[in-house]
Design a protein around this ligand. Structure first.
Ligand code: NAI
Length: 340
C-alpha cells in the first residue's frame, strides 16, 4: 500500500505543473484589431496568460509583425497573425473567446457617440463574420461607443439566428479599474483592493459609480467630484494624448483582466464576478435592455446577473439621468443593425 501511494504521488508530482491544464483546458482567443493601440498590449497580456492555448491576431494591417514578435515569447500558447478581410473567417474559426478592440478612438473634444458612424459598420461586419464562422464564441466588445456597438453585434447575431445573451459582453472593466484608483487616490486605500461597483453603460452620464456600496465614508462633495471623475476619466487620457488617441495601456490591462476572468469561469472556476454590459433584466422595467452590473461568470458565459442593490438618493438621480441616454444609444445601435 505504501509503495502504491508513493507511486501515485510520484506520478502526480512528476507532471510538470500547469502543463496538464494548459493542454487540456486552454482556450482559443482571437483579438480583432490586434495591431492597434489597445490590440497590441492586450495581445501581449493574453500571450502571457496560461489559460490561453491559441492566440489569433486579426487586423487590416501589421498583424504578421505583431504575431511574429509575440510568438518568440516562451509561453505555451501558439500565436498566429491574420491580415485583411479575407482572413477574418479563418482567424476566428473555433475561437472560444473573441475580443474586439477594432475601430477608431476619440480625439480631444469628441464624445464616444461621435465614433458611431465609423465603428458601427466595423463591428457589424465583424458580427456577421462571427455569426458565420464562430457562432458559439463569447464576444467581448471594447470598440466604442460600447452602449451601441454591443446591441449592433447582438442584433447582427440575432438576424443570423445565433444570438445567445449569455455570450455577448460589453467591456466596461476600465470604469471599475479607474474607480478603484480614483477612490484610493483621495482615501489612501490600497488601490488593488478597493472595490467600487460601477453600473449602467460606458459613456458620460451612463456611467454610475455606486460609492455608497463601498463601505467607505465620503462627504457629498467627494461623492460628486469622484462621480464626475469616474464618468469622464477617459477624457483625461484623450486630452493628455493630445490628438493621438485614447486610453490604450490601461484599457489593455482592463480587457486582459476581463478576458482572464471569463477564461477562468469557462474552465469551471466558480464565484467569478465582473462588471459587464450585458442583455439584462436589471433596467428592463425602464426600457433599457442592455445594462452593466456585476455579473457572475460560468462555463456558459453569463451565469447570474446581480441586481443593483440599495442606491443612495444621489445614485437614484444618476440612474434616472442614465436611462434616457442608454435608451437612445441602444436604439441607435439596433436601428443601424436592422436597416436594410
Ligand atoms: P487604434 O486606432 O489604435 O486601433 C484600432 C485598430 O483597429 C487599428 O489597428 C485598425 O487597423 C483596426 N481596425 C479598423 N478597422 C478594422 C476592421 N474592420 N477589422 C479589424 N481591425 C480593424 O484604436 P485604439 O486606441 O486601439 O481603440 C480601439 C477602440 O477601443 C476605439 O473604438 C476606442 O474608442 C475603444 N476604447 C474602448 C474603451 C472601453 O473602455 N471599452 C477604452 C478605450 C478605447
Amino acid at each position: 500500500v505504501s509503495n502504491g501511494a508513493t507511486a501515485w504521488r510520484w506520478h502526480v508530482n512528476q507532471l510538470p505543473a500547469g502543463v496538464y491544464k494548459l493542454h487540456i483546458l486552454g482556450k482559443k482567443v482571437a483579438v480583432i484589431g490586434a495591431a492597434g493601440g489597445i490590440g497590441q498590449p492586450l495581445s501581449l497580456l493574453l500571450k502571457l496568460n496560461p489559460n490561453v492555448s491559441s492566440l489569433s491576431l486579426y487586423d487590416l494591417v501589421n498583424t504578421p509583425g505583431v504575431a511574429a514578435d509575440l510568438s518568440h515569447i516562451n509561453t505555451n500558447s501558439k500565436v498566429k497573425g491574420f491580415k485583411g478581410a479575407d482572413s477574418l473567417g479563418e482567424a476566428i474559426a473555433g475561437a472560444d473567446v473573441i475580443v474586439i478592440p477594432a475601430g477608431v478612438p476619440r480625439k480631444p473634444g469628441m464624445t464616444r457617440d461621435d465614433l458611431f458612424n465609423t465603428n458601427a459598420n466595423i463591428v457589424q461586419s465583424i458580427g456577421k463574420a462571427i455569426a458565420q464562422n464562430a457562432p458559439k464564441a463569447h464576444v467581448l466588445i471594447i470598440s466604442n461607443p460600447v452602449n451601441s456597438t454591443v446591441p449592433i453585434i447582438a442584433e447582427t447575431l440575432k438576424k443570423a439566428g445565433v444570438f445567445d445573451p449569455r455570450r455577448v459582453f460589453g467591456v466596461t472593466t476600465l470604469d471599475v479599474v479607474r474607480a478603484s484608483t480614483f477612490v484610493s487616490d483621495i482615501k489612501g486605500t490600497d488601490a488593488s483592493k478597493t472595490k467600487v461597483t460601477v453600473v449602467g453603460g460606458h459613456s458620460g452620464v451612463t456611467i454610475i459609480p455606486l460609492l455608497s456600496q463601498t463601505g467607505i465614508n465620503f462627504t457629498q462633495e467627494e461623492i460628486e467630484k469622484l462621480t464626475h471623475r469616474i464618468q469622464y476619466g477617459g477624457d483625461e487620457v484623450v486630452k493628455a494624448k493630445d490628438g493621438t488617441g485614447s486610453a490604450t495601456l490601461s484599457m489593455a490591462q482592463a480587457g486582459a483582466r476581463f478576458t482572464n476572468s471569463l477564461l477562468e469561469a469557462l474552465e469551471g472556476k466558480k464565484g467569478i464576478v465582473e462588471p459587464t454590459y450585458v442583455y439584462s433584466p436589471v433596467a428592463a422595467k425602464d426600457g433599457v435592455a442592455w445594462f452593466s452590473t456585476n455579473v457572475e461568470l460560468g462555463v456558459n458565459g453569463v451565469e447570474k446577473i446581480h441586481p443593483l442593490g440599495e442606491l443612495s438618493e444621489y445614485e437614484k438621480k444618476l440612474y434616472a439621468e442614465a436611462v434616457p441616454e442608454l435608451q437612445k444609444n441602444i436604439k441607435k445601435g439596433e436601428e443601424h443593425a436592422n436597416k436594410a
